[in-house]
Ligand binder design. Structure first.
Ligand SMILES: C[S@@+](CC[C@H](N)C(=O)[O-])C[C@H]1O[C@@H](n2cnc3c(N)ncnc32)[C@H](O)[C@@H]1O
Length: 231
């Protein structure tokens, strides 16, 4: 039976093509992440980073090289992606900890609060109640003044999930031209069964209620978003 990670376990190359062709705006999102690191991480003596749904380390990996990293803890359920991540993040040395584990159980893998919690295109697989529970745990495991950076898909407030899915899939069909018919079918199936993006208002109100303060929210298009929060 398939689940939200099946496509990433079996067809990581399809996801790599989306990144190469910038269909999900990884380039713009990477540049936002880079400026957040330049503003925040340069002030830290050492970075302790938790990455939820780290995949193969895109788009964060290359941005981390200039910093002193005491630990990078990445959790993902797709082993092929973790294998790539292990090679890419090898420069971190003993501070690298990659786990084939559910991001919802991340606190089992931390011995102390971290100063950056980051998650890119993973949290939308959870139902809203589970997202709220995860964000609460994120708050509780982040140092004061630390950063929570979330890159993810989100719905416009007026869009139901089915409207969102129909708009997103239309966008894939119309603009993701280098994708084969099989690739498109795989993505259509994955999105329709396993993507549950929250509305932008749900995300903002929930995180504020938990105690976060918003530093930055940008979105290169209507679907793909970048948020930076602090505690
Ligand atoms: C779209 S990929 C994103 C990978 C990478 N963070 C990026 O931005 O390119 C989503 C990743 O989330 C992982 N994932 C989905 N649900 C998960 C869960 N409950 N726990 C851990 N990883 C999960 C998938 O295996 C996949 O690698």
């Amino acid at each position: 039976m398939s689940n939200s990670t099946t496509i990433f376990e079996n067809s990581w190359s399809v996801y790599q093509l989306l990144i190469e062709e910038n269909y999900m705006h990884h380039a713009e999102l990477r540049s936002l992440l880079d400026s957040s690191f330049k503003n925040f991480a340069t002030k830290l003596e050492a970075l302790r980073i938790l990455d939820l749904g780290c995949g193969d380390g895109e788009p964060i990996c290359s941005l981390l090289k200039p910093y002193n990293i005491s630990s990078y803890i990445g959790l993902d359920l797709a082993q092929p992606a973790l294998n790539i991540a292990a090679e890419r993040f090898a420069f971190i040395g003993n501070g690298l900890h990659l786990y084939n584990a559910n991001m919802e159980s991340f606190e089992q893998y931390l011995d102390e609060p971290v100063n950056i919690i980051y998650s890119s295109f993973a949290i939308h697989h959870l139902q809203d109640e589970a997202k709220y529970a995860l964000w609460t745990k994120i708050y509780n495991n982040l140092e004061n003044e630390g950063r929570f950076i979330m890159i993810d898909v989100a719905r416009e407030n007026k869009a139901s999930r089915s409207q969102y899915l129909s708009d997103y899939i239309d966008n894939c069909i119309n603009t993701w031209n280098k994708l084969s018919k099989e690739g498109l079918d795989l993505i259509n199936d994955h999105i329709s069964n396993f993507d549950f993006p929250a509305t932008q208002t749900f995300i903002k109100e929930s995180l504020e209620e938990i105690g976060f303060t918003l530093i930055k929210h940008e979105h290169p298009d209507q679907f793909h978003h970048f948020w930076e929060w602090t505690k």
